[in-house]
Design a protein around this ligand. Structure first.
Ligand code: MSP
Length: 637
């Protein structure tokens, strides 16, 4: 078995800010990278950004900046986010870097030498306003469904990769390596697709300037996927003067991607590599999607997705844990605040946080914070051994959610064990209970230490904090430390106890989340230009009115019939819901503001020919007034 492990995330487009989907892939890749490091592997973990192409060019020009400026901005966001989330990548590749351009040129040279590239005509739907080709799938009745622009059939000169010639070789590769694409359902999907036949692939454009220059033909730039996929070897120095890292780490152990881009990684990429005579990756894993029901998001409590907020409020590890534990790796899952909070309270605040804080508190109270010498630790050592074994099996099989489940079973065993043995009662028995008390607390401490190693790939920050609290901060951090019971030496002094994950009041949080979301939606509507013009406002005729008389509408608690002079000779009759705060005597003689051009309506059978203006506090009306010297009928603007 190789002692190296090379894992990659997709490189993310820079026309979009990072969101939960990008976070997910990167967090999972980070967990696998950390796990392989715990196993003693020499790991390279790569992430980065995909900066070329028409979408980025367009996004930049709409903001009035150059593409590289847009890329720099978004890259800064990614760096900040990965730092905040404790992502342990070893390298960050940007396709705008020279090292990448060199690698792209190098792979194209090899593919050309193999005779798999020819020059031809690319024909497609062209949008002359945006000066770009639009994918067939995006065109309906001669219009680009995304931009609404008309499109026409046009062709341009393009280099093509002879993908059609790779069908048999690809099928052979899939069949000889049934694990090369996972999960199995996606393997089958790709197989079916390739069995259906492959078309040659356009790999260059003349209608685009923001890209890697095509080697030897300055009219062309390399088209997106050949450029993007090559990042996995350019980051290792492929095509540079020093290819030692490439030699050491290629082929990749695992390309982790979302299912949306599986085909590119399982069809195009291996075909490019085959043509170039380079080794193929060991495995591509296509995970599922996080779904959110947009329509419900702002309205219904419990479905308000705010990853930034979750990180700031609950910490990076809480979000990392949730996404890893909640999603069955490979399938889709729904992201909701409610699910997040429930897992947070159950698994983090309770199973982990509470078990740890009870143990350390009892250690301080009963044993002065010094790790005791055990004699019989009950069922915990066995439970730990089982948990570690299952955990390793599941991590190796890329079932991270199940690995976490196994680790949490150990915590459950510790919890039940403490309930059963009741150290608080043993402590009351003086010397008689001492040996058992020592053993019980040792078992809990040692079990927690092992759990902290299993948790490390997922919640590295809190795992380190827990280890420090247990007095295990200085012990080597690796899988050997998890497989060996008794690693925590007697006599060790515990660190300072701190709550790891304080419990959350779910109802209160969700209410607060909903309110904030409504505010955001309002602000977004304004930011999106959802504003009215002065002409819109001028349609509303507002006038100062003098209240002549007022009386309650029969059988109504709230409604009041009000006669108001608005300078028309005859007073206007209005019906207003102000009866709970104002009596007729409060109203008569008052100068108020009236909407004079509202369509008449009937309220409880009484006609109302306008509306008076009032501020509303929790539904209670507070009338707007005008100064005494303003004559009735004066316009309000
Ligand atoms: N630039 C290409 C990838 C090139 S790789 C050589 C790209 N970029 S992207 O910014 O659109 O990122 C796509 C990836 O983000 C997906 O493959 C997936 O890993 C992740 N996700 C984006 N949205 C997602 C969800 N809603 N759920 C889970 N992950 C998804 O495609």
């Amino acid at each position: 078995m190789s002692d190296t492990f090379y894992i990659t995330t997709p490189i993310y487009y820079v026309n979009d800010m990072p969101h939960i989907g990008h976070i997910y892939t990167t967090v999972m890749a980070d967990a696998f990278a950390r796990y392989q490091r715990l196993k003693g592997k020499k790991v390279t973990f790569l992430t980065g950004t995909d900066e070329h192409g028409q979408k980025i060019e367009k996004a930049a020009s709409s903001q009035g900046i150059r593409p590289i400026e847009l890329a720099d901005r978004v890259v800064a966001r990614y760096h900040d986010l990965w730092k905040l989330l404790n992502i342990s990548h070893d390298d960050f590749i940007r396709t705008s870097e020279d090292r990448h351009k060199k690698a792209v040129a190098a792979i194209i040279e090899r593919i050309t030498a193999a005779g798999d590239i020819y020059k031809g005509e690319y024909e497609g739907w062209y949008d002359s306003r945006d000066e770009a080709f639009v994918p067939d799938s995006q065109v309906k009745d001669g219009v680009d469904t995304e931009s609404g622009n008309p499109v026409e059939r046009l062709s341009e000169s393009s280099y093509f990769f002879r993908l059609s010639a790779f069908q048999d070789r690809l099928l052979e590769w899939y069949r000889a390596n049934p694990e090369c694409i996972r999960p199995k359902s996606r393997y089958n999907e790709v197989l079916r697709f390739v069995e259906g036949g492959l078309k040659d692939l356009s790999i260059s454009r003349t209608s685009l300037s923001w890209g890697v220059p095509y080697p030897g033909d300055e009219d062309h730039v390399v088209y997106v996927w050949l450029d993007a996929l090559t990042n996995y070897i350019s980051a290792l120095g492929f095509g540079s003067d020093d290819e030692t890292r490439y030699d050491e780490f290629w082929p990749a152990s695992l390309h982790l991607v979302g299912k949306d881009i599986l085909r590119f990684h399982c069809v195009y990429w291996p075909a490019f590599l085959m043509s170039a005579g380079l080794p193929l990756p060991d495995q591509v894993f296509g995970h599922g999607w996080w779904l959110q029901d947009d329509a419900k998001m702002s309205k219904s409590v419990g479905n308000v997705v705010r990853p930034d907020h979750l990180i700031h409020r609950f910490g990076a590890d809480a979000l990392r844990f949730f996404v890893a534990r909640e999603m069955s790796f490979g399938q889709d899952a729904n992201f909701s605040d409610e699910a997040f909070l429930e897992r947070y309270n159950a698994d983090l605040a309770n199973s982990l946080g509470n078990t740890a804080s009870r143990t350390t508190a009892m250690m301080t109270r009963y044993l002065g914070g010094l790790v005791p010498q055990p004699t019989d630790e009950g069922p915990v050592p066995e439970a730990a051994a089982v948990a570690v074994e299952k955990y390793i099996q599941h991590m190796d099989a890329l079932e991270p959610n199940r690995a976490l489940e196994a680790a949490w079973q150990l915590l459950a065993t510790i919890d039940v064990f403490l309930q059963e043995r009741q150290p608080w009662n043993l402590a009351k028995n003086g010397d008689d209970g001492k040996a058992e008390l020592d053993s019980v607390l040792y078992a809990a401490l040692e079990g927690l230490r092992i759990a902290s190693i299993l948790a490390e790939p997922f919640i590295p920050g809190i795992a380190a904090e827990l280890r420090a609290q247990l007095g295990a901060g200085e012990l080597p951090l690796d899988m050997n430390g998890a497989t060996r019971w008794g690693g925590l030496p007697a006599g060790t002094r515990l660190g300072e106890a701190q709550p790891l994950f304080p419990r959350v009041d779910i109802k209160a949080y969700l209410k607060e989340a909903e309110q904030e979301n409504e505010k955001k939606a309002e602000a977004a509507a304004i930011a999106a230009g959802d504003l009215i013009t002065i002409d819109d406002f001028a349609k509303v005729k507002l006038k100062v009115g003098l209240v002549k008389s007022a009386e309650p509408v029969p059988k109504s608690k709230k409604l009041m019939k009000v006669m108001v002079d608005i300078g028309e000779g005859e007073p206007r009759q209005l019906v207003a819901g102000i009866g709970e705060r104002y009596s007729p005597a409060d109203l008569v003689g008052r100068r108020i503001v009236v909407v004079a051009n509202l369509q008449p309506t009937k309220l409880m059978g009484v006609e109302s020919r306008g509306m008076l203006l009032a501020a509303s506090i929790d539904g209670a009306p507070y009338l707007l007034s005008a100064d005494d010297e303003v004559p009735p009928g004066t316009g309000v603007k």
